[in-house]
Write a protein that binds this ligand. Sequence first.
Ligand SMILES: [Fe+2]
Ligand SMILES: [Fe+2]
Length: 294
Amino acid sequence: MAEHFNIERLMDSSGRVDLTDINWADVPKYPLTPEAIRALRYFLLTENSTFFYVKALMSTDAVYEEPELAPFLCVWMYEEEFHGRAFRKFLEAYGEPPVQTYRRDMFLSRGAGEKIDEIGQNILGKIFPAHWPAVHMVWGAIQEFTTYMGYQALIDRIDHPILTTICQRIMKQELRHYAFYKEHAKRRLQDPTTQKVNAAAVKLGWTPVGDGMCPKEEVVHAVRFLFDGLDGAAIPRIEQKVRELPGLEWFDMFTKFAERYDIRRAPDSWFPKNMRKNVESSHKTGSASMVDAL
Ligand SMILES: [Fe+2]
Ligand SMILES: [Fe+2]
């Protein structure tokens, strides 16, 4: 599908995720484990951190040199904001509302690495103005695909009918975001120097989506809850997708992250009964196969 990527089609289909028919009063009827609530809070913060990354992308020359980037960023920030709001609303409906200041808290408590990253990005963007936008495109492709897989995991592992509907609708938008980033990453990575700059940047700074903006223990929890860390099939699948990008055939950074924090299979008690069986059968029927077409 990537070769047929069309910005006009993306713009025409853009908009906030439609949740007008959701019966929020039914949300508490289906119990959630504390570990699931913790993972949902992580999604809330991660979705709402998009706003801060738009700032970095807007400081690159590509934002005015690449005609598709400005319209995409307008849509991206808008749609991601409503993904975050969906989680806020869901948690409120369940009786676990996030603190009012969560956005401010997240920004002020972001890790030192994130702050250094912001400064480093400005400097590197000036040193490699022609190559740096590719790094953003690659980052976007990896993080959007990871998020997509994360949503599939929420559906499989929490097994809450209303959450499933919300996730399925959000996933359609995540897939379009991924298609945009992948297409632009592929175009820019045709240049061998750009491939080298990109590979160096990824090796130096890549960590899973949400890391930096959320405390490390929350990242580790999410990777365990959603993907079973080193014991699950999701991390190799994400890495396999990243390796389709030119110059990233070596990508193993997610496995290395899971090794560094020794992230293993999540205990069965974190999930509803029979969840493991459902997940195994959904893998057999290939429920996430839409992404294989991209
Ligand atoms: Fe999102
Ligand atoms: Fe997205």
